[in-house]
Design a protein around this ligand. Structure first.
Ligand SMILES: *Cc1c(COP(=O)(O)O)cnc(C)c1O
Length: 476
C-alpha cells in the first residue's frame, strides 16, 4: 500500500512548490495542515451541536465573529451569541456554493412567497446582474440552479481595468423593461483572471437606491481583510455589501476545502432555515439549520481558526505584504524580457499576459493591415498555448492558461478573446534566487519558440493548427 501511495503522491500536483504559479492556492500554513490532521481524527459533525460537535460548533461561531469583525459587519463575541439568528455566516466547501447560497438567500429575501408558491407565481421577473467578462462561472450557474434561467441574467460590461462597469449598470437601470426586477448584483473583489477589484462603494450606492442586493464575490480579495492598509486601499465599502464570499483555500494558505458565505444582516440566513423558529431559540446551536445544502460535515473551520491563532492578524498581514512584493518583482522581471504583453496592471497577486515578443509584435503591426489580419490572433493564441503547455509538461514552472478579453485593445487587433497566461505567486517564502531560476526557465522556453513564431506570422496562410481553447483548466 505504501508503494501505491508513493506513486499517487509522485504524480500529484505540488501547489505548494515555489514554481507553481498557476494558482495562489498553496496551503502552506502549517497550522492549517496540523488542524486538518487533527480534524480527521476528531471527526466532529457540525450539523448539530449536541451529540455532534459540542465544542467545534463554538469554535466555528468564534471564527465567523472574527471574520465579521474584519469585514466591519456587526459582530458579537462568541460568549455573547445567544441563538443561531446572531451567527450570520456559514462554512461552505467552496466559493461556488457560497455564491449560490448568496443568490438563493437574496432571492428568497426579495420574494418571500417563493418558498411556498414557487418562482412561477411571481408577477415580476427577477433579474441577476453581473459582468460576464469578469464574473466566475458559479454566478451564471447559480441563476440556472435557482430556476431563474440564463434568460434572467443581464450582463453588465467590464471596464478597462477588468471591473464591473458602473455606467453600464446605470444605463441598464434607466432603460430596463417593465416587470424586470433586478434583485441581486454580483460584484467581484479579485476576479479569477486578473484579481481586479470592483468599486464596491459606488456599486453599493446604486444598489441601495434601487433595492438591489449587493453580493461581493471576494473569493480571492477576502484575504486582504487581514491587512488594514490593503482593506482601505482595495476593499473600501465592503462592510456595506449584503453578503460576501471568502475562500481561505485560495489565497489564505489554508488546505481545501474552506469557504465562507457571510451576511451583513445575520437573520437573512435564517429565512432559508428548515425550522425558522428554532433559529431564535436561546441556546440552540445546530449549525446544520443555517448551512444550506449541507447536512453532515466536518470541522474544517479549525484550519483557519488555528492559522489565525498562530499568526494573528498582523502576522497574516505581513505575509500578504511579502507575497505582494514578490509578485511585483516577478512581474517586473517578466516585463523586462520584452517577450510578453500584459493585459492588466497588477493589484495584489494575479497577472494575465500573452506570449508576444517585441519583434513578433512589430511584425504583427505590419501584417495587421493585410488581407489575413483576422488570422493573427489565432497565431498569438497558438504560441501562448504552446509556451504554457511546454512549461507544464516539463513540470518545472507551472503557469495557468485561460481566455481573456483584450478590453483595452492592448494588442491592437480589436477587442476579442485571447488565450492568456495567468500567473500568481502564492508562496510567500519565495526569494530572489528562486525568482531568477524561474525566469531562466521562462526565458529559455520562450526564446526557443521565437523563430517558429516569426515564421508562422510570415507565412500564416500555412498555419493549419488553430486548436481552439475555450476554457482554462478550471473551466473559467
Ligand atoms: C475560484 C473562484 C470561485 C469558486 O470558488 P471555489 O472555491 O473554486 O468553488 C468563485 N469566484 C471567484 C472569483 C473565484 O476565483
Amino acid at each position: 500500500m505504501l508503494e501505491e501511495l508513493k506513486e499517487i503522491a509522485k504524480y500529484s500536483i505540488a501547489q505548494s512548490d515555489y514554481s507553481f504559479l498557476a494558482f495562489p492556492d498553496n496551503s502552506i500554513s502549517l497550522a492549517s495542515k496540523a488542524a486538518d490532521i487533527l480534524n480527521t481524527f476528531l471527526n466532529q459533525n457540525l450539523i448539530t451541536s449536541e451529540r455532534g460537535a459540542p465544542l467545534a460548533t463554538f469554535i466555528e461561531i468564534q471564527l465567523i465573529s472574527w471574520l465579521r469583525c474584519l469585514i466591519g459587519y456587526d459582530f458579537n463575541d462568541v460568549e455573547k451569541i445567544t441563538c443561531l439568528d446572531e451567527v450570520g455566516a456559514s462554512w461552505m466547501p467552496g466559493g461556488n456554493l457560497s455564491n449560490t447560497v448568496a443568490m438563493m438567500v437574496a432571492l428568497n429575501n426579495r420574494f418571500p412567497t417563493i418558498a411556498k408558491d414557487g418562482i412561477q407565481s411571481l408577477k415580476e421577473h427577477p433579474v441577476v446582474l453581473f459582468s460576464e467578462d469578469i464574473a466566475h462561472f458559479s454566478t451564471l450557474n447559480a441563476a440556472k440552479y435557482m430556476g431563474l434561467g440564463t434568460k434572467s441574467v443581464y450582463y453588465l460590461k467590464a471596464s478597462g481595468n477588468y471591473t464591473t462597469d458602473i455606467e453600464s449598470l446605470q444605463v441598464y437601470l434607466a432603460n430596463r423593461e417593465t416587470g424586470d426586477t433586478p434583485f441581486i448584483l454580483v460584484a467581484v473583489a479579485g476576479n479569477c483572471r486578473t484579481t481586479s477589484i470592483d468599486n464596491i462603494e459606488a456599486l453599493y450606492d446604486i444598489c441601495e437606491k434601487n433595492n438591489i442586493w449587493l453580493h461581493v464575490d471576494a473569493t480571492h480579495g477576502g484575504n486582504l481583510l487581514f491587512s488594514d492598509e490593503y482593506k482601505s486601499n482595495f476593499l473600501r465599502g465592503i462592510e456595506k455589501a449584503d453578503s460576501i464570499t471568502i475562500d481561505p483555500h485560495k489565497g489564505l494558505f489554508v488546505t481545501y476545502p474552506s469557504s465562507y458565505i457571510i451576511f451583513k444582516n445575520p437573520k437573512h440566513l435564517s429565512n432559508v432555515s428548515r425550522k425558522p423558529t428554532s433559529t431564535q431559540q436561546k441556546n440552540y446551536f445546530d449549525l446544520g439549520l443555517i448551512t444550506p445544502f449541507l447536512g453532515s460535515r466536518g470541522f474544517e473551520s479549525l484550519k483557519l481558526w488555528l492559522m489565525i491563532k498562530s499568526l494573528g492578524k498582523t502576522g497574516i498581514a505581513a505575509s500578504l505584504q511579502k507575497r505582494s512584493a514578490m509578485n511585483n518583482i516577478m512581474v517586473e522581471k517578466i516585463k523586462e524580457t520584452n517577450l510578453f504583453m500584459f493585459f492588466n496592471s497588477l493589484d495584489f497577486y494575479r497577472s494575465a499576459f500573452v506570449f508576444l515578443p517585441k519583434q513578433v509584435y512589430t511584425l504583427i503591426q505590419e501584417k495587421s493591415k493585410g488581407k489575413f489580419a483576422n488570422v493573427l490572433p489565432n497565431i498569438i493564441d497558438k504560441y501562448t498555448e504552446l509556451f504554457s503547455e511546454k512549461l507544464y509538461k516539463q513540470g518545472e514552472v507551472i503557469l495557468d492558461i485561460f481566455k481573456l478579453n483584450d478590453i483595452n485593445n492592448i494588442l491592437g487587433l480589436g477587442v476579442r478573446n485571447y488565450s492568456v497566461i495567468g500567473m500568481s505567486i502564492g508562496h510567500l517564502n519565495i526569494n530572489l534566487k528562486l525568482i531568477e531560476n524561474i525566469m531562466d526557465t521562462i526565458n529559455i522556453n520562450a526564446l526557443s519558440l521565437v523563430q517558429d513564431y516569426i515564421k508562422d506570422i510570415r507565412d500564416f496562410e500555412l498555419v493549419s493548427d488553430n486548436k481552439k481553447l475555450n476554457d482554462g483548466p478550471a473551466s473559467w
